[in-house]
Design a protein around this ligand. Sequence first.
Ligand code: SAM
Ligand code: SF4
Length: 319
Amino acid sequence: MVDCHGREINYMRISITDKCNLRCRYCMPDGVTLTNMSELLSYEEIVSVCQQAVSLGITRFKVTGGEPLVRREADKLVAMIKEVPGVEQVTLTTNGILLKEYAEKLKMAGIDGINVSLDTLNAEKFREITGFDALNKVLEGIDAALKAGLKVKINSVLTKDNADYRSLISFAQEKGIVLRFIEMMPIGYGKEQEGISNRWILDRLEEEYGKLRKASENLGNGPAVYYRLPGKESVVGFISAIHGKFCSSCNRIRMTAMGEIKPCLCYDTSISVKEPLRAGNMADVKARLIWSMAQKPYAHCFEEVEKITEAKKMVQIGG
Ligand code: SAM
Ligand code: SF4
């Protein structure tokens, strides 16, 4: 469907849990009040929403959370969405902690790719950021995913006190993985963090390599801009929500684990599909998806923090 600002909406992020096995300081340092399982959409209900979304032109889905792999049999959901006629792509974003045990299962489920969130390769920093001494688990997870033949991307959110972009780039190049730097967004605890701008990283890279050219590959569903570093195999991407506002090409809506459809990360506007879903009223589910797309604002207001109306934490939305 094309929204009222002329943007084609073809991508949906689906959160399947608000639980997580990490406590990232910019996301859920103190945990969240957990939702009762009966409040969450079941896998069958999520698939029903996907069917309606497909009928509106949304053909690409990202499974997220909380940490999606803490919900039992997340791989089964991936397989179920993949079976919906018209679905072109199902991917998943994970912190990688449980990836070692899930890599093969996700491959079997037919997943089209995974994003692993990893902000540092320093074990002590990792503990500081996530609250757990578990860097090795993530690294093992990445290796297992590569071994299983999964397409892997790494997403890194850097901050003033965690800005070692070089190690992450070297690691990604060594593994042949696409790395993307994501700017910290002022949502939830992100407001209290001192993020760094992607322009700063690009400037440092250009000091080292000279003027960088954009890579021609279109590697994802989103707003990442990719560059190839001279002499390096893999490209490096930049998702610059703050310093490179990309709202004019925004192609997505989001669904929380409770079935709230969100048109934009920045605002608290949402509509629930749970009630019509549980009443078997699929026409109403579809109508609510259409309403949500029609509500998509022209742009976010992250640069004017006082205008942000979304009070949920990132973990409750799905990033
Ligand atoms: N647990 C999974 C993970 O970490 O990939 C999926 C959910 S997590 C909320 C999705 C993404 O949101 C992660 O890459 C995380 O780094 C990012 N994120 C969380 N809070 C953020 C913020 N305030 N600004 C930018 N990205 C954020
Ligand atoms: Fe968990 Fe992901 Fe949030 Fe970290 S960013 S606390 S891994 S949901």
